[in-house]
Design a protein around this ligand. Sequence first.
Ligand SMILES: *[C@@H]1O[C@H](CO)[C@@H](O)[C@H](O)[C@H]1NC(C)=O
Ligand SMILES: *[C@@H]1O[C@H](CO)[C@@H](O)[C@H](O)[C@H]1NC(C)=O
Ligand SMILES: *[C@@H]1O[C@H](CO)[C@@H](O)[C@H](O)[C@H]1NC(C)=O
Ligand SMILES: *[C@@H]1O[C@H](CO)[C@@H](O)[C@H](O)[C@H]1NC(C)=O
Ligand SMILES: *[C@@H]1O[C@H](CO)[C@@H](O)[C@H](O)[C@H]1NC(C)=O
Ligand SMILES: *[C@@H]1O[C@H](CO)[C@@H](O)[C@H](O)[C@H]1NC(C)=O
Length: 409
Amino acid sequence: MAEEIHPFPSATKSFYPHLQINHFFHFLFFVIGLSLGLITSICYHSFPFISSRPSPYSFASSPPQSQPTTMTVSTGLASPPPSLLVISRSNGTNSNDTSIVSLKEHNVLMHGMKDEELFWRASMVPRIQETPYEDVRPKVAFMFLTKGPMPLALLWEKFFHGYQGLYSIYVHAHPSFNDTTPESSVFYGRRIPSQPVYWGSITMIDAERRLLANALLDFSNQRFILLSESCIPLFNFSTIYSYLLNSDLSFVGSFDDPRGPGRGRYNPRMQPHIRLSHWRKGAQWFELRRDLAVHVVSDRKYYPLFRDFCRPACYSDEHYLPTLVNILYAKTNSNRSVTFVDWSRGGPHPRKFGGVDVTDELLNRIRFGSKCFYNGNETSMCFLFARKFLPNTLEPLLRVAPVLLGFDP
Ligand SMILES: *[C@@H]1O[C@H](CO)[C@@H](O)[C@H](O)[C@H]1NC(C)=O
Ligand SMILES: *[C@@H]1O[C@H](CO)[C@@H](O)[C@H](O)[C@H]1NC(C)=O
Ligand SMILES: *[C@@H]1O[C@H](CO)[C@@H](O)[C@H](O)[C@H]1NC(C)=O
Ligand SMILES: *[C@@H]1O[C@H](CO)[C@@H](O)[C@H](O)[C@H]1NC(C)=O
Ligand SMILES: *[C@@H]1O[C@H](CO)[C@@H](O)[C@H](O)[C@H]1NC(C)=O
Ligand SMILES: *[C@@H]1O[C@H](CO)[C@@H](O)[C@H](O)[C@H]1NC(C)=O
């Protein structure tokens, strides 16, 4: 490991031109340099994050067995920061595979990387399509953008129950939020290093990219869905999983709104990269294919234009992704969101659903009350998730979930 420690060997080397001394001194300096190198190397081993920004929260205390299905494949683990290339195995039966087991790391979500480094790592794409691991199954990344508490967590627990290895969860909460998630929860240890998010500002896009980047580090994640604490699933896990995995398209709402709140928010200073004809609007709640997700975290062309020229009353969360997708991925986008929001009452905020609203009739209207295309065929199953559901909907939702939503009893 000594060759990875730069400060001392290079400092020693730079002395040589100034020292016209005999071989004995050369040898002495070499021994001292080597010793310092070894000592430094040992120090780095003891404090693997010594040079990293202290994380606002640490997942170091979480026992590795809390994530039995996740193995870390990495290179150069000894050098800070930790390598985070991850292959998740669908189950742990292949535990003889020492090349993987010996590299099993702490909880994968613990890192001290700044966004710049995180996005760089997440932007890497393997050029060999076939993985060398036989039992890797594609996963859906469920990315929760929250303020903190998750009042509907129990519904999600039931939703995920029994499907380990087919999903991964990421939670972006406010950094000051004090987590009390029990170890038995699927949300335990799934928070990612975060920054405050201010409504309507570019920090919202930053948080979305941070979620995507963390999720991209796991190569098994193939689909990436953004959710909030007020979202609910409308079908059981197996239905949603196959709907997403079998689709050729991303689900990003993207349409041309000729009115003031659409084209009126376009800023001509975004030219020439973004012209008015490129400009699109859509709901924030996206679902992305992996190739598009990689492009979003590695975008250095369009993001700065939104950061600088899309300020209220222009909201990046309503325009950045719809426009980016329209420019780069129009052919692989469905132009619709799979997350239902009720804007039918007008006004600046969507309808909030409370406990008394939760009926079979309402849920079935959301589940099957629209028309759209899925893989080229018309269908009435357009939404997989819905918002905004208030905390007091938990109890009625848990009651209808087994039969109506088809959750495992
Ligand atoms: C593990 O290795 C042992 C001995 O090499 C072998 O008998 C066993 O079948 C292996 N198990 C698996 C799951 O590969
Ligand atoms: C675990 O993986 C093995 C080997 O790939 C497979 O035969 C087995 O069915 C899997 N078990 C579960 C519970 O998925
Ligand atoms: C979280 O806990 C820390 C230490 O226990 C405390 O200083 C801080 O105020 C708490 N934050 C919130 C938002 O409650
Ligand atoms: C989505 O919209 C783009 C234009 O922005 C169009 O090229 C594409 O065909 C549309 N996709 C579908 C599935 O309708
Ligand atoms: C779409 O319709 C075609 C022809 O009717 C059918 O073969 C195909 O399976 C359908 N695809 C889906 C996803 O339902
Ligand atoms: C999931 O829901 C579908 C449709 O409602 C149902 O056919 C299927 O049996 C359910 N799956 C499980 C594992 O309960």
